[in-house]
Design a protein around this ligand. Sequence first.
Ligand SMILES: Cc1cc2nc3c(=O)[nH]c(=O)nc-3n(C[C@H](O)[C@H](O)[C@H](O)COP(=O)(O)OP(=O)(O)OC[C@H]3O[C@@H](n4cnc5c(N)ncnc54)[C@H](O)[C@@H]3O)c2cc1C
Length: 412
Amino acid sequence: MTTSIIVIGAGVVGASTALALQKDGHQVTLVDRDSPCSGASFGNAGAIVNGSCVPTAMPGTIFDVMSMLSQPLSPLSIKASYFPKILPWLMRFILQSRTRAVDDNSKHLHALSKTAVASWQKLTANSEISCLLRQTGWLKVYESDKSFDGTKKSRELVDKIGTPYEILNASQIHDLEPNLAPIFKRGFYQKDSLSIINPDRLVKGMVELFVAEGGTYKQFEVKTIKTTSDKVEISDHKNSLSADKIVIATGAWSRTLAKQLGDSIPLDTERGYHLMMPESTKKLLNRPVLNGENSFVLSPMETGLRMTSQVEFAGLKAKPNYKHIRNLLPAVKRMLPKVDTSEQSVWLGFRPSIPDSLPVIGFSTRSDRVLYAFGHHHLGMTLGAITGLTIADLVAKRQTAFSLTPYQANRF
Ligand SMILES: Cc1cc2nc3c(=O)[nH]c(=O)nc-3n(C[C@H](O)[C@H](O)[C@H](O)COP(=O)(O)OP(=O)(O)OC[C@H]3O[C@@H](n4cnc5c(N)ncnc54)[C@H](O)[C@@H]3O)c2cc1C
């Protein structure tokens, strides 16, 4: 049966959801307060990590957080004035670092990510945008045994789940990435992962495809949502639209919309930054590479080499602090001696994060006219396509590939 559906949010999750619903023959309207891909989906590292299963909260996380906060080039920072606001989130986060919770979160993350690549291939099949996805693999490199050994618990989790990977020595790293300085002793390589050479172009391309196939794009900021027995209405006090169902895919901004519908979700933002280097630098690497010592990723994008890094707790409104990312440039030069680190642009993005590292995917607690698709933290590019396809399965009342209980809004 054709259903009218409004998807709110035109980031990777909303665009994937709109396309997947449209492929099922529904009448879909995509709404964003801005142009497509103006949130976190714009400036990320572009890695699609198949089989990703390591949640952010891990055993011992509390000690790692305390030690990181005291380091000069720390990848983690908390704005002092935001500390009282983030404290309840951090308390929940620490509870998620207990072994039992970590095992559960890992299993549920893997249930989503194990088909990440296949889902992207399905969603982009026979379209021009599929050329933006490259089968490059995902590489992490470590200079010291100490930093490599620091990842032991994550590797144990990966072994337990069974995600394939290879441990590389210095010469194998050199074979994959000849321009890296010969300082890296150990590598962790997931061969079957993909990378996106331009996340902005991918998401905009998905929206263009959606519109070309008859979908509607509307630009306004959704302020209120009202459900009745036969429809759901969204409005910004000037515009209003109604449909049979809506999907909330507004990333880090989803908490207040879900609150209106009676769901209290512990969603906050882990802010992250990027810095673009000149276009000529993009040939220096073949794939996204994570520097294990300094926790930054260098990704070869079609517009130049992109450095992404940082987890900053400062909420959605504080001004960017680009010092965090600029301070890492000497470490970039040390890693990739031929690189021209002249800054082309800098960017701040808002990862939508929930303490258990699992998104909310499924119906709202009170109404089956409202569906949620948000909270994809560090993995929204990886999980965008599978989320969209899963929402389409739910709307069509098809059996989903895995149980959706762990991702429900009422789990908190
Ligand atoms: C530095 C950094 C590096 C990252 N690297 C990776 C990576 O390598 N791999 C990976 O898988 N993930 C990565 N991520 C995470 C990934 O980018 C996010 O998880 C993902 O982009 C979230 O997508 P989204 O569609 O949920 O949200 P967004 O892309 O933020 O989109 C939300 C949209 O909702 C709109 N909106 C908000 N409120 C309203 C409203 N009231 N009315 C109308 N519209 C509204 C916004 O304008 C926005 O367009 C990274 C993130 C960062 C910050």
